[in-house]
Design a binder for this molecule. Structure first.
Ligand SMILES: C[S@@+](CC[C@H](N)C(=O)[O-])C[C@H]1O[C@@H](n2cnc3c(N)ncnc32)[C@H](O)[C@@H]1O
Length: 227
């Protein structure tokens, strides 16, 4: 069976089954092989954005998956939130000290106040219409002065990649119009201009910088809750 991401990654058949499942059931299926896919945030991106942060009291990684970012957070309390029990099981093995919570990032359970929130590789699972709700989640979770650290793309990036991403989005729209339950996964979401606007309107101050090569098409954003 062809494994497009190498021998440890999922087969084409397993990826097809994932795409035909709901978002959460799809990730439950993919969890054992997720770390061998390019969907897992690469270590150099996590190191560039998280390793320089000073330790904090409480930090949360939203849509934590198998715990890639959790392993970089330095905090007395480290929480990972994800909708998929299968992904959380993998995170438990990677980061035994973290508190792992199953829940929806658009409606998380009461978890207390955090100094730092992060989210990597998951904005495509939040529909554009739900992005204001996602930002309200951040306001709820972060104490004033708390920071939201993430990476996103700048729409001035290469056009071929964007054309492919739009084609993928078109296929997913057709898939979701025809099949239930939906698999929510779209590219080019929460890009810098829109993320900046929504976060600024919600009272965040924004600082940005490009990531080092070969990730310079991505922007490292630190959004600080000012009110
Ligand atoms: C592409 S993976 C990224 C995982 C990890 N952050 C990383 O960078 O390697 C996306 C993750 O988002 C989670 N997810 C998708 N929709 C979610 C939702 N509405 N609430 C919480 N988690 C969600 C999935 O279960 C999956 O673990």
């Amino acid at each position: 069976m062809w494994r497009p991401f190498g021998p440890r990654g999922p087969s084409w058949w397993e990826l097809s089954l994932q795409a035909l499942s709901s978002t959460t059931a799809g990730y439950d299926r993919l969890a054992p092989r997720f770390d061998a896919t390019p969907f897992r945030t690469p270590e150099p991106i996590l190191a560039a954005t998280l390793d320089g942060l000073e330790p904090v009291g409480a930090a949360i990684d939203l849509c934590c998956g198998t715990g890639a970012a959790l392993a970089h957070l330095r905090a007395r309390r480290v929480v990972g939130l994800d909708a998929s029990a299968g992904m959380l099981e993998r995170a438990r093995a990677r980061v035994p000290g973290a508190e792992l919570v199953q829940g929806d990032v658009l409606d998380p359970p009461e978890l207390g106040a955090f100094d730092l929130a992060t989210c990597f590789g998951a904005f495509g699972h939040v529909l554009e219409a739900d992005e204001p709700r996602f930002v309200r989640t951040l306001v709820r979770l972060l104490r004033p002065g708390g920071r939201f650290v993430f990476v996103t793309s700048d729409p001035r990036g290469p056009t071929l990649g964007r054309a492919l991403a739009r084609t993928f989005n078109g296929v997913m729209r057709v898939r979701n119009a025809l099949l239930r339950p939906p698999f929510i996964m779209y590219y080019l979401t929460f890009e810098l201009p829109r993320a900046r606007r929504l976060l600024t309107e919600a009272g965040f101050g924004i600082a940005t910088q490009p990531l080092p090569a070969p990730y310079e098409r991505l922007v490292h954003v630190v959004a600080t809750r000012e009110r």
